[in-house]
Design a protein around this ligand. Sequence first.
Ligand code: PNS
Length: 169
Amino acid sequence: MSVAAVCPGSFDPITFGHLDIIERVAACFPRVVVAVLDNPRKQALFSVEERLELIAAETAAFGNVEVDRFQGLLVDYCRAQGIGVVCKGLRAVSDFEYELQMAQMNQRIAGVQTMFLSTSPEHSYLSSSLVKEVARYGGPVTGTVPPRVEAALHAKLAVGTDRSAPGGG
Ligand code: PNS
């Protein structure tokens, strides 16, 4: 029986939607690892180190949540860490098809289980991509990301180091 779960993702940057899922997963498993995909082929706004730092700060209060990075297949990371369960949030039907494909593939190739949590309704429209787009054009993102992340977003966009691919994250 697996006593650890992983919440994988890009987290570019972490939103209140992610945090809601992480907090609820942390209430179900004694050990939770938030694993940031380090994908050199995908342009991100925040470096992996910056993302890890923001997630660590925002999840510190949970007590049983660790933060880590991984490259390659998620199931290989799970095997190396002794993690048997992947936890994901489902926002809408549009998420379901791809998430189901990944869950079935991860079950097939490594016997890793995926558990889906329904996103809280107040977060169901939220994505890192949308938050970045709104922030990039000077729109308000208060309430979609924690204040520390909002400050990081403004700082990042103000210095003009936006390396994010359109629609990415
Ligand atoms: O936040 P995202 O970008 O939607 O997260 C997607 C993520 C990182 C969970 C997914 O792309 C993933 O698990 N990537 C690792 C590579 C992998 O295992 N691919 C095969 C999936 S069946």
